[in-house]
Each structure stands twice: as structure tokens, then as C-alpha cells.
Design a protein around this ligand. Structure first.
Ligand SMILES: Nc1ncnc2c1ncn2[C@@H]1O[C@H](COP(=O)(O)OP(=O)(O)O)[C@@H](O)[C@H]1O
Ligand SMILES: Nc1ccn([C@@H]2O[C@H](COP(=O)(O)O)[C@@H](O)[C@H]2O)c(=O)n1
Length: 213
């Protein structure tokens, strides 16, 4: 079966990861044993181990150039062709890649979540279905503050500085405009149970072999 590759795009803190996790649980409950693979676009942030830590902090991580999108494209093509890939593992606290990689196996359904998935024409052309999680930017920032202080080793000062310097301007330049390439816009993120159910049904239709895509 040709895999169905699904993009879940949207701003940082909009709930993309939570949506993907909730969807995986819903699909596994509906079809026990169905294999789904999840890939985060963040894993493809460029390796910066050669830069001193202070310099890494200054990088604009919300600009497409911060990501190795060609490698993500290559991996999605390999998965579509039925080959496993070695996905990089990213360390947010050190702003660089870990030495390890994570093997992702080909699967009937592949979910990819990330801020810039729909901004690049080559990349967005590789998805069968494209979603955009639309959450007000003030809520995204509040969630990001809590999450980044709890799990990404950040201070409130560093989060607000980065937000003003790059997160907000890049949202307006690249992320928000990319929403027009989405097939569906999801409000409420991972807690929108109606959206999770609709997407779960789409995935189930595909996995049971009567999907048209
Ligand atoms: N609808 C929601 N209501 C409340 N908190 C949420 C909601 N969606 C996500 N969160 C929380 O906000 C934070 C950011 O969500 P996450 O899914 O990591 O966003 P993204 O992947 O888009 O950056 C996480 O701590 C998550 O648990
Ligand atoms: N070293 C890095 C790399 C990325 N970021 C931020 O991550 C955001 C994207 O990830 P989400 O899970 O929040 O969608 C993006 O806005 C980058 O600013 C970072 O802070 N440090």
C-alpha cells in the first residue's frame, strides 16, 4: 500500500505535537496494530556543533534556512518508496543535533509535524493531506513559555527575546501565509476532539485500503 503522508503545520505552541499524539492514540484505539510513524520537522534543524554555544543562541530558528529541508524531502521520498530512514535527534537545550539518530520505518500512515512544512513548495508537494493548526499567537506564546521553561532548558528572558526577534516576525513572513496551502485548518489544536475524529476517519479510510489518495 502506498503510504499516506500527512502534514500538520502551524505556529510554535499551536498544539501540533499534541494533535499528532492524540491522533495516534485515536487511530491505535480504532485499528489496533496499525503502524503509524511520526516525524517532527524540528529533527531537521541543522547541526551546529561547530559553533560556540553563545552563537547558536543567536540563530533565527524560525527561518526556513535553519532547517535541512532537503534531507526531510529525501526521507519522505524514501519512506514513500518503502525504505526506512535515520531521522536526526535534536537537542533544544544545546541547539544542535545529538550524535544518535532514530530509525523510522515505512508505515501506511506517516504524520509529519512542524512550523514550516507548508512554506516550501518542494516539501509541501510531498504530502497527501495538509493540515494547519490555527491557534491565536498570544496563546501560542503562553504555551511556549511554559513548555520551553519546563522541557527545553530556556529562561523567560531568552524566550521573550527570541519571540520578539524571530518567532513573531517569521510567523508573519512565512508561517501564517503558508496556511493557504492547507487542505483543512484546525482550531483548538490537540484538544479539538471533533477535528481529531475527522482526521482519524480519514486515516482509517486510507489504512483500510479504500482511500482515494
Ligand atoms: N488545546 C490546548 N489547550 C491547552 N494546552 C495545550 C493545547 N494544545 C497544546 N497544549 C500545550 O501547549 C504546549 C505546546 O503544545 P505543542 O503540541 O508542543 O505545540 P507545537 O507542537 O505546535 O509547538 C504543550 O505543553 C501542550 O501540552
Ligand atoms: N535550537 C532551537 C531550535 C528551534 N527552536 C524553536 O522551535 C520552534 C519550533 O518547534 P515547535 O515544537 O515549537 O513547533 C521554533 O519556533 C523555534 O524558534 C528553538 O527555540 N531553538
Amino acid at each position: 500500500m502506498t503510504p499516506c503522508i500527512i502534514a500538520i503545520a502551524g505556529p510554535s505552541g499551536s498544539g501540533k505535537s499534541l494533535f499528532a499524539q492524540t491522533l495516534v492514540q485515536a487511530v491505535r484505539q480504532a485499528i489496533p496494530g496499525l503502524s503509524l510513524s511520526v516525524i517532527a520537522e524540528d529533527a531537521y534543524y541543522r547541526d551546529q556543533s561547530s559553533l560556540p554555544p553563545a552563537q547558536r543562541e543567536q540563530v533565527n530558528y524560525d527561518h526556513p534556512d535553519a532547517l535541512e529541508q532537503a534531507l526531510l524531502c529525501e526521507h519522505l521520498k524514501a519512506l514513500r518508496a518503502g525504505r526506512p530512514v535515520a531521522v536526526p535527534v535534536y537537542d533544544y537545550a544545546r541547539h544542535t543535533r545529538s550524535p544518535q539518530t532514530r530509525e523510522v520505518a515505512p508505515a501506511p500512515v506517516i504524520l509529519v509535524e512542524g512550523i514550516l512544512l507548508l512554506a516550501d513548495p518542494d516539501l509541501r508537494g510531498l504530502f497527501d493531506i495538509r493540515f494547519y493548526v490555527d491557534t491565536p499567537l498570544d496563546l501560542c506564546l503562553l504555551r511556549r513559555i511554559e513548555r520551553d521553561m519546563a522541557t527545553r532548558g530556556r529562561t523567560l528572558e531568552s524566550i521573550t527575546r527570541q519571540y520578539e526577534q524571530s518567532v513573531r516576525p517569521m510567523y508573519h513572513e512565512f508561517i501564517r501565509p503558508s496556511a493557504r496551502h492547507a487542505d483543512m485548518v484546525i482550531t483548538g489544536g490537540g484538544r479539538n476532539s471533533v477535528a481529531v475524529d475527522v482526521v482519524r476517519r480519514l486515516v482509517q479510510t486510507h489504512a483500510q485500503g479504500d482511500g482515494s489518495r
